[in-house]
Design a protein around this ligand. Structure first.
Ligand code: PLP
Length: 404
């Protein structure tokens, strides 16, 4: 008789977005006329820009002719895309990353979930609290996180780094030394960032303690402040302690096209073994690459035409973020995020729990957001709104919130 991977049974149900869906559906049924505005889910809404659509069309046509047809992609991704990433995202910022240190994938969610496979079964992970749930759940599936305590909503073998008002929504160096540290900045869900000096402290810490930082840079393009690093490789010494995850989802609207990349410097070694060689082995064995047409679309992201079009698109979302931030502030809310992020993180008023505020907002303003408690225990009493909607809806939602 076979057995299942029982680690899966230890996972708490992922109720967050299904609970939100159910509550919204029930409310709509009771109030069919209610003009609901959704500011909950972190998905973009603006279409793929014309310069990228053009590159897609061209690549599709190439696939239809024997002379220009492309089958399986190279294991690490096409050279044209890896070179474009290395040049534009790293070398242009003065970061020493070469094209052969880049692994193209179909998105940062898979990479952030899969990367734990190349580490030992008993490594200890540290995560921010609140956190993007993928980091913890995938380590739980691999049996690394111990037992789950439903009361405290924490795993026995995970180092949690609370990010609250008291810490300026950034993590503090943990007391207990972890092996793997997951950092995501600009952060989902809080929208917080680390300055270059702050991130340098983490790099120094990881090098000193022999830990690896998994750095999720999915929201890098939303950074507006000068002293905030766009990649961990801006920090000295990151080549010996960091892996970076990149995504084309939030900077170019590829949530439905699917494209990402993992950067593993060849200086990152455990004894004599490079992590680069392990990830190369994994990629070669388990993965057959992002589609040719999508990799061509990814290359086009760096063209002058696409850059100009994307700049406008990102500015559109940033304007929404500022509108929400300022509107809530004017209404007396305590808010953070937004400045370098499409996320606005607000403190619920009158000691409401995150879910109480969810119901309150849905009923009184017909606005849907995401309860902070869904991202971890330290998210309780907070709430996330996203800037990914239309400007008109964003303005309307804030007007309604101001009126309640
Ligand atoms: C949206 C998001 C990603 C991107 O995932 P893709 O699989 O590339 O779409 C990665 N990390 C975080 C924290 C995100 O919120």
């Amino acid at each position: 008789m076979y057995r299942i991977n029982e680690n899966y049974l230890k996972l708490p149900g992922s109720y967050l977005f299904s609970n939100i869906g159910k509550k919204v559906a029930a409310f709509s049924e009771a109030h069919p006329e209610a003009p609901i505005i959704r500011m909950g889910i972190g998905d973009v809404t603006q279409p793929i820009v014309p310069a990228i659509v053009e590159a897609l069309h061209k690549a599709v046509d190439e696939m239809g002719h024997a002379e220009t047809f492309h089958g399986y992609a190279p294991d690490q991704g096409y050279e044209f895309l890896r070179t474009a990433i290395a040049k534009n995202d790293y070398q242009a910022r003065g970061c020493d990353i070469s094209a052969d240190e880049i692994f193209v994938s179909d998105g940062a969610k898979c990479d952030s979930g899969n990367i734990q496979e190349i580490f030992g079964p008993d490594v200890k992970i540290a995560v921010c609290d609140p956190v993007y749930p993928v980091y913890v759940d995938t380590n739980a599936m691999a049996g690394r996180t111990g037992t789950y305590d439903a009361r405290t909503e924490t795993w026995s073998n995970v180092v949690y780094m609370p990010c609250t008002e008291a810490t300026g929504f950034s993590p503090e160096l943990p007391k207990e030394t972890p092996d793997l540290i997951y950092l995501c900045f600009p952060n989902n869900p809080t929208g917080a960032v680390l300055t270059k000096d702050q991130l340098q402290k983490w790099v120094d810490y990881a090098n000193r303690e022999g830990a690896v930082i998994i750095y999720d840079a999915a929201y890098e393009v939303y950074i507006t402040e000068e002293n905030v690093p766009h990649t961990i490789f801006e920090c000295e010494g990151a080549r010996t302690c960091a892996i970076e995850l990149r995504s084309f989802s939030k900077n170019a609207g590829f949530t439905g096209l699917r494209l990402g990349a993992t950067i593993i410097p060849k200086d990152l070694k455990c004894g004599e073994t490079t992590l680069h060689s392990l990830w190369a082995r994994r990629h070669g064995t388990k993965y057959n690459g992002a589609p040719y047409i999508v990799q061509r679309a990814g290359e086009a992201v760096y063209s002058d035409a696409a850059r100009a079009q994307l700049k406008e698109q990102i500015e559109y979302y940033q304007k929404n973020a500022r509108t929400i931030y300022q509107g809530l502030k004017d209404a007396g809310y305590s808010v953070s995020g937004a400045v370098n992020s499409p996320y606005i993180w607000l403190k619920t008023p009158d000691q409401m729990t995150s879910w109480e505020f969810f119901d309150f907002l849905l009923e009184k303003a017909n606005v849907v957001g995401t309860p902070g408690s869904g991202f971890g225990p330290s998210g309780e009493g907070y709430f996330r709104l996203t800037a990914f909607g239309t400007y008109e809806n964003t303005v309307e939602a804030i007007e309604r919130i101001k009126r309640i």
